[in-house]
Design a binder for this molecule. Structure first.
Ligand code: ZN
Length: 150
C-alpha cells in the first residue's frame, strides 16, 4: 500500500490525500469551500478567501486555454537530459492557473496562445510518496494512471 502524499500524520497532507485517490481513479479534482463557495485548483484544505477548513471536492474536467508558453533550453539541475522542453501556463475552464509540460500529443509547431488543451495528470508512484505533475495535451486526451517511474 502506498502512502499517498507521504507522511499520513501530517495534517496538511491528510486533508487532501483523497485528491491522490481521486486521481488514481481518473478524476481530476478541485476543491470548493463550503463556507464561501470559493473554488480552488489544486484543491486546498484551507480556503484562501475566508480561511475556512471546511471544503468539498469538485470534479474538474481539465479543459484549459493556453495563456503563455516557453521552451527551456538551459534546464535546471536534474532536468538536463530532457532539455529542450516546452512548458505552458494554462487557465482551467473552472478556475485555477497551472504550469505544466507539453505532452507528446502536441507538437511544438502547433503551440499557439489561446489554444484549447487538456490537462492530464501524470502520476508516478514511488516507495514513500506519490508524485503528480501535469502535461498539456490535445482536447479529449485521457490519461492512464498508476504509471511507475521505477
Ligand atoms: Zn471560503
Amino acid at each position: 500500500m502506498f502512502k499517498w502524499f507521504g507522511k499520513v500524520n501530517f495534517s496538511q497532507y491528510t486533508k487532501v490525500s483523497e485528491f491522490a485517490n481521486h486521481l488514481k481513479d481518473g478524476h481530476l479534482m478541485g476543491s470548493k469551500c463550503k463556507q464561501c463557495g470559493h473554488e480552488s485548483f489544486p484543491p486546498r484544505a484551507d480556503c484562501n478567501q475566508c480561511l475556512s477548513g471546511d471544503f468539498e471536492y469538485l470534479e474538474f474536467g481539465g479543459q484549459a486555454t493556453l495563456l503563455s508558453h516557453t521552451t527551456i533550453h538551459a534546464a535546471p539541475t536534474g532536468f538536463e537530459d530532457v532539455a529542450p522542453y516546452t512548458i505552458g501556463v494554462v487557465d482551467l475552464k473552472e478556475t485555477g492557473r497551472l504550469l505544466a509540460w507539453f505532452g507528446d500529443t502536441v507538437s511544438d509547431d502547433e503551440i499557439k496562445i489561446g489554444m484549447e488543451l487538456q490537462v492530464v495528470p501524470q502520476i508516478f508512484e514511488e516507495l514513500e510518496e506519490i508524485k503528480v505533475y501535469y502535461s498539456l495535451e490535445k482536447p479529449g486526451t485521457t490519461w492512464s494512471v498508476s504509471k511507475s517511474a521505477m
